[in-house]
Design a protein around this ligand. Structure first.
Ligand SMILES: *Cc1c(COP(=O)(O)O)cnc(C)c1O
Length: 449
C-alpha cells in the first residue's frame, strides 16, 4: 500500500520541466494511462519499486511513439513492382517537386483563368488524356473501384447488367464485382459457365431491362485449358446493335507497350479505344504508374451523365491527385517512360539489375555470405495474372541465422525481402540504385560490424 500512496498526482507530475515544450493535453492523457497501468500492476504485486524519472521516461516514450508519422519509407526488395501493401506505384520525385508549388498555393483547380469564371475540375487533364487515347472525354474519380460503382449506379440502377460467370472477380481487399453491383443498385445477370462464355450467351440474356454489357478483366487469376471468353470488341458490336452501353473494367490497364510479351495478357487501353467503346475504366496506380485514381474514358454523352450523378461529389479527387496524374500522363504523351518509376522498373534490363546486385555483393563480401541468382517475379497489383518476368536477386546469409530470422531482421530495419527455396532474397527488380547504400548499412548492422 505504501507503493500505491507514492503514485504521483497527475497535476503535479505533469508540471515536470521535461514536458515544458510538449502539447499539455496529450501529456496529461498519456500520464493518466501510465499511472493507471502502474496502479493495476501494483495491485497485482508486479511492481517492487518505481521512481518518478522512470515514469517521466515512460510518458516521453509513449509521446514520441504517438507523434511520429506512422507511414514510413521502406525498401521494396520483394521484386513485386506494383505491391499494393507497400504503396503500389511510386510518385516520381521530379513530378512531385513540380506539383508542390501548385498544391501549396491557391490554384485554378475550378477556375477558368481566361474567362475569370468558375471552371471545371477535370478539364486540366482531359486534353492530354484525350490526345493520348483518342477518347471523347475523361472523368477522374478516387480509384477504379469508385469508377465501377459510379458507372453501374449511373446507367444500371434498377436495370440489368450482363457479365460472364468467368469474370465475377474478387480482387484483394475484398472488392467483389457481384457485391459492388448490388450496392450500386444494378442487377447482375450472370451468363455462360465459369470456363466458357459465348457471344450468344450475352445475346440470349438481353431483355428490355438490360442497360449494359460489361466485361471485367481477370486481374488475379486466369482460366486455362478448355476455356473461351468473348472479346470486348464483340461486346461493343453487340451493344451497338442492341442500343446498349458497353463497358470494360480493365483493372490495371496500361498506356504503353509492355515488355516480356505481357501485352498478350494485359490489354492496353489504346488497343481497346480502337473499338470506340462507350466506356472503359482503369486504375491510376497500377501499370499506369501514377497516383491512386480511377480513370474513366469514353463517349462524351456518357461521361456527361456520370458528371451529373450526385455521387460524383463523394468520389471526386483532390488537386494533388489531378496535378500528379497530369504529370504522369504528360510523361507518357512525351514518351518519357523514365519519369514513371513503375515503368522504369519494369523496363530495366536484367543486366542492369545484375550490376546493382554485384555492386552490393562487392561492398559486403567480407561480412556475409551471398550469392547472385537469376529468378522470376510477378508484377503484382492484380496485373498480368500468372505471368512472371525475369529478375536478379541476391541471397544473403548472416551469422547462422535462419531465413525467417533474416527476413525479420531486415524487416525491422525497413527492408522487405522475400523467402524462396529456404533462402532469404533481396530481389533487385524494385530496388533503386540510391537505396543500395542503405542496404549496405543494414547488412553491416545485422553483422555487428
Ligand atoms: C484493381 C482492380 C479494381 C480496383 O481498382 P482500384 O484502383 O484498386 O480501386 C477493379 N477492378 C479490377 C478488375 C481490378 O483489377
Amino acid at each position: 500500500m505504501f507503493l500505491l500512496k507514492s503514485i504521483p498526482k497527475v497535476d503535479k507530475f505533469t508540471q515536470n520541466e521535461k514536458f515544458d515544450d510538449l502539447a499539455s493535453s496529450l501529456v496529461v492523457s498519456i500520464t493518466q494511462e501510465v499511472l493507471q497501468n502502474l496502479r493495476e500492476n501494483i495491485l497485482k504485486n508486479e511492481v517492487e519499486s518505481f521512481t518518478e524519472d522512470e515514469l517521466v521516461d515512460a510518458v516521453l516514450q509513449k509521446y514520441s511513439e504517438l507523434t511520429k508519422p506512422s507511414l514510413q519509407k521502406l525498401i521494396n526488395a520483394t521484386g513485386v513492382i506494383v505491391h499494393t501493401n507497400l504503396g503500389r506505384s511510386l510518385i516520381d520525385e521530379k513530378a512531385f517537386d513540380k506539383v508542390k508549388d501548385v498544391v501549396t498555393s491557391y490554384n485554378n483547380l475550378e477556375y477558368d483563368l481566361a474567362k475569370g469564371k468558375r471552371g471545371e475540375r477535370y478539364s486540366h487533364i482531359s486534353d492530354v488524356i484525350c490526345r493520348l487515347l483518342g477518347c471523347e472525354d475523361v472523368l477522374i474519380v478516387n480509384n477504379n473501384a469508385s469508377a465501377v460503382f459510379l458507372i453501374l449506379n449511373t446507367f444500371a440502377k434498377k436495370k440489368e447488367v450482363v457479365v460472364s460467370r468467368g469474370e465475377l472477380v474478387e480482387i484483394g481487399g475484398s472488392f467483389r464485382i457481384p457485391d459492388v453491383m448490388k450496392h450500386s443498385g444494378a442487377n447482375l445477370v450472370e451468363v455462360g459457365a465459369t470456363n466458357k462464355t459465348h457471344l450468344y450467351d450475352y445475346e440470349d440474356a438481353i431483355t428490355e431491362k438490360t442497360s449494359m454489357l460489361m466485361k471485367v478483366h481477370k486481374s488475379n487469376y486466369s482460366i486455362e485449358g478448355f476455356s473461351s471468353e468473348v472479346e470486348f470488341k464483340e461486346l461493343v458490336h453487340l451493344a451497338r446493335e442492341k442500343n446498349l452501353i458497353d463497358y470494360y473494367d480493365m483493372g490495371s490497364g496500361h498506356l504503353v507497350d509492355l515488355p516480356y510479351g505481357l501485352d498478350q495478357h494485359e490489354p492496353s487501353v489504346l488497343k481497346y479505344m480502337e473499338e470506340n467503346p462507350s466506356l472503359l475504366s482503369f486504375s491510376g496506380d497500377k501499370l499506369l504508374g501514377s497516383v491512386q485514381a480511377g480513370i474513366i474514358v469514353g463517349k462524351k454523352e456518357y461521361i456527361a451523365k456520370l458528371k451529373k450523378n450526385q455521387l460524383l461529389r463523394m468520389l471526386r479527387v483532390d488537386k494533388l491527385t489531378l496535378a500528379l496524374l497530369e504529370e504522369s500522363v504528360t510523361s507518357v504523351l512525351l514518351n518519357k517512360i523514365d519519369e514513371i518509376p513503375t515503368l522504369k522498373m519494369l523496363f530495366t534490363p536484367t543486366d542492369e539489375l545484375r550490376e546493382n546486385a554485384l555492386s552490393l555483393q562487392e561492398a559486403v563480401k567480407d561480412i556475409c555470405e551471398s550469392e547472385i541468382i537469376e529468378t522470376k517475379t510477378v508484377i503484382g497489383g492484380g496485373t498480368t495474372p500468372n505471368r512472371t518476368i525475369p529478375s536478379i536477386a541476391m541471397s544473403i546469409k548472416i551469422k547462422n541465422y535462419k531465413q525467417n530470422k533474416m527476413e525479420k531482421l531486415f524487416r525491422e530495419r525497413k527492408i522487405i525481402g522475400r523467402i524462396e527455396d529456404d533462402k532469404f532474397l533481396l530481389d533487385f527488380r524494385a530496388i533503386r540504385k540510391s537505396e543500395i547504400e542503405q542496404i549496405i548499412s543494414v547488412i553491416k548492422e545485422i553483422s555487428d560490424v
